[in-house]
Ligand binder design. Sequence first.
Ligand SMILES: [Ca+2]
Ligand SMILES: [Ca+2]
Length: 364
Amino acid sequence: MAPLGFLSRFVLPFSGFVFTCVLAVALQIFVFSPISPDLLLLPEPSSLTSLPTNTRLQGVAKLGEGMVKNSEDVWVDENGVLYTANKDGWIRRLHRDGSWENWTMLNSQKLLGIAATRRGGIIVCDTEKGLLWVDKDGQAKVLLSQVNGSELRFADDVIEASDGSLYFSIASTKFDDHSWYLDVLEAKPHGQLLKFNPSSSQTSIVLDDLGLANGVALSRDEDFLIVCESWKFRCLKHWLKGDEAGKTEIFIDNLPGGPDNINLAPDGSFWIALVQLTSEGWEFVHASKAAKHLIATYPSLIKKVNGVYGKASVLHVGADGKIIKKLDDPDGKVISFVTSAFEFEGHLYLGSLNSNFIGKLPLI
Ligand SMILES: [Ca+2]
Ligand SMILES: [Ca+2]
């Protein structure tokens, strides 16, 4: 009788307590989860191994070390002035003579993609305020803060066409930039590519349902543009001119990382920064809705799966979408979480969300 008494007095009530706790946690995870996830297949392993890993990015010189703060994007204008949008809100620029300038303070920790504008100065994506224009004198103003009556949030990258139109991406219409990983976990397409027409002040949707819409670039002749979809591991090509105008096709897919910013090179090719959304942790999580709910409910767990701080890769791709080469820092020894690569006068300039400098690499 003693064991039964022990069971009824201690074990059964305790099991009830454990059961209640498990139920409460399960409810918390599944009922209050901020996502309604789909499973996601990561790129074919062949694409991960067909490009041999190298250490080229470990050879970067560090520009503005200690002054630059996590510049997600970089841009070099036609005069050779390099622009950076820093996490402390400063737009800093590097002049040809090697001097750095704290150019203008935007009072924002939400700055992502940047691009030069023919009017002078640069356009900046602010994930809370929308599209900002900093004119040639360093004066900032909001260029676009609403799209069709809704606040413009999570603008990710922008490019200006020669007619003054702005093409820009909204990474996610559901999640904000702090919760970008929720968009990846959910794996449902909430991204958009938009066009702002400055003469009519109208904004139209060019492409909808993109998987975390990210970098945007125009081809050299502006006959097509490219927009990258980070968790779809691909970039799309949208024709603007010619017989195919208005049509969209895959530019490059099955990438060995999530494409972030893309920049046109002087010869008409492109540089794409790849962030590491293909780690074993992500692979495990994308195969389990329960794991996705768990991480979405307890965001500190994202650090366990997220490999973006551990390495850096950039991809050089021809205008035809064929890979030319890949450059790596495979263990993030010198630079990691590279989000932008910009070629200018035989050098590659690298922006990173995990570095206090701009990387500069001679291209041989
Ligand atoms: Ca850009
Ligand atoms: Ca970006």
